[in-house]
Design a protein around this ligand. Structure first.
Ligand SMILES: *Cc1c(COP(=O)(O)O)cnc(C)c1O
Length: 370
């Protein structure tokens, strides 16, 4: 156990979540989705934005929440008692009874899962039926989907929704159109066995690129947090998350001095270097080492020098006038006229903004405003 702290401590590294931005993004997604409702994807602690806080902002604007697992659903249910909750990942058989007890909606891909669920659930318990049109993760294969759903429809379950998942909505139009076409061809056959079921297909990228295919609900994640998977739509969204840290130490290092583990960076001239209390243990990717990443201090871009360490990074502040210990550094977000986007940081780390967000760890403090 950590010793009990008697005084409130200043945050060393913290995330600020802008609730007004979340509300703005809900409206923006609704503009794309038209008459379709919104399934707000809040898995992985609301994409690292904080499950409870994000859900509280969204609850009156969305039809349903989606999480990955039973554990996440139980956390969400503590504050969200009215809005239905869908489990996107397959459940373990030992979780079925608990899922049914709380009325969560499990994703079912096969007759085998459906039979087992029906044994553990009350009559007419809601389920979600998924078709695999090319993702190769969950879902009944296209050729088997109709027979499977017909058999499931004979069990005492309510087929509450039907979906498929696009594998390449933000990267490959031909593949995406093929998946959409296959699903739309199948849909009337499926609907015959589940006339009441709601249909949802589109993730954030597809909601923006294929708004006329929205079905009854769109399954939006990333866009709700203000990051567009499609760069040309970014201006319609407002990033809700900023990540900041306070400068803890400043020193002058002479030309030729090595910086950080492995000595991969040599000061090319005399440098003023600031140390920030955030590293890969906070979720700042170690893969950013030597990749030209920067942070903002006093409105200036300051390059990250050498390797990202577990708890700290070093940045070049030679061009920052008047820098002091305690100054605010922005790792992700805006300062003055400069902005470092989650997309930029993710790209430099060879990953995606989804991964960056859900990699922010519990050591980072959370502040909510708006
Ligand atoms: C995570 C997830 C989404 C949301 O995707 P975004 O690209 O973040 O909008 C939608 N559907 C499924 C099945 C998912 O797992």
């Amino acid at each position: 156990m950590m010793p009990r702290l008697t005084a409130a401590l200043p945050d060393r590294s913290w995330v600020e979540i802008d609730r007004a931005a979340l509300r703005h993004n809900l409206k923006a997604v609704r503009k794309f989705s038209g008459n379709a409702g919104i399934m707000a994807v809040v898995k992985a602690n609301g994409y690292g934005h904080g499950l409870t806080e994000v859900a509280a902002v969204m609850r009156h604007s969305v039809e349903i929440f989606a999480v990955a697992s039973l554990g996440e659903a139980l956390l969400l249910r503590k504050t969200e008692t009215r809005t239905p909750i869908l489990l996107l990942s397959a459940a373990l058989p030992d979780e079925y009874r608990e899922i049914a007890r709380h009325g969560f909606i499990p994703t079912i891909s096969s007759l085998k899962e459906a039979r087992l669920y029906a044994k553990n659930a009350p009559r007419r318990a809601p389920i979600h039926f998924k078709v695999d049109t090319g993702m190769g993760r969950l879902g009944a294969l296209i050729d088997e989907a109709e027979d499977t759903l017909q058999a499931i429809a004979r069990l005492s379950l309510t087929i509450q929704s039907i979906s498929t998942h696009l594998s390449s909505a933000d990267s490959d139009r031909a593949t995406t159109l093929k998946q959409l076409k296959e699903f739309e061809r199948l849909l009337p056959l499926l609907r015959a066995h589940a006339p009441e079921a709601k249909v949802h297909v589109l993730n954030s990228a597809a909601t923006m690129l294929y708004p006329d295919r929205s079905g009854d609900l769109v399954r939006a994640g990333l866009a709700l947090y203000g990051i567009s998977p499609i760069p040309r739509f970014q201006k319609l969204l407002r990033p809700a998350l900023a990540w900041k840290a306070s400068v803890t130490f400043i020193h002058d290092l002479p030309k030729g001095h090595l910086i950080s583990y492995g000595g991969t960076y040599t000061a090319p001239r005399n440098l003023t270097v600031a140390v920030l209390p955030a590293g890969y243990a906070d979720g700042y990717p170690r893969q950013l080492s030597g990749k030209g990443a920067s942070v903002l201090i006093r409105g200036k871009r300051c390059p990250v020098l050498g390797r990202v360490t577990m708890d700290q990074i070093m940045v070049d502040v030679s061009a920052v006038k008047g820098i002091k210990v305690g100054d605010e550094a922005v790792l992700v977000g805006k300062q003055g006229r400069q902005e470092i986007t989650a997309t930029e940081v993710a790209q430099k780390a060879d990953t995606i903004p989804w991964h960056l967000f859900c990699g922010i760890t519990a050591r980072v403090a959370y502040q909510y405003k708006g």
